[in-house]
Design a protein around this ligand. Sequence first.
Ligand code: CA
Ligand code: CA
Length: 170
Amino acid sequence: MVSTEYERRIAARFAGFDQDGNGYIDREDFNAAAKAVLAEFGTAARSDKGQALYIGAEGFWQGMAGIADRDGDQRITREEFVSGAVKRLRDNPERFAEIARPFLHAALAVADTDGDGTATLDETRRVITALGADEDTAAEAAAALDADTDGRIGETEVVAAFARYFTVPE
Ligand code: CA
Ligand code: CA
């Protein structure tokens, strides 16, 4: 089957959300993402940072469901993702940033082991790997995030890059 570059990119984004790979995106995928990031950094789910990450993941799921789960069955299928999420996120990347920000903020706080408000390249790479990317992709993505090459990655960079990644141009 020949697929366009656009379709390949959409498939990669869908797979990124479908953490358990069962073919649809639901709340469990967002919980799994939170759990994987906490495990990577040895952070307890019951800690403040752990709770913030789960709350951010739930808000992210609710926001995505509001955009894309058109039949209200609490699952976002590939078809709903393509026809709903991708189009609407492209039309309104600011809205997507708003939905994702609490989760990204909390993930950054987990990764920011010295508490200076930013993550190092290595910490960022570990988050991206925990979310299922292979090592090379994660290292490249971390480097690309560090636009000003100071070796530190802050919330603004993460949110902007995330919105950019998921708002796929046609
Ligand atoms: Ca899934
Ligand atoms: Ca649905």
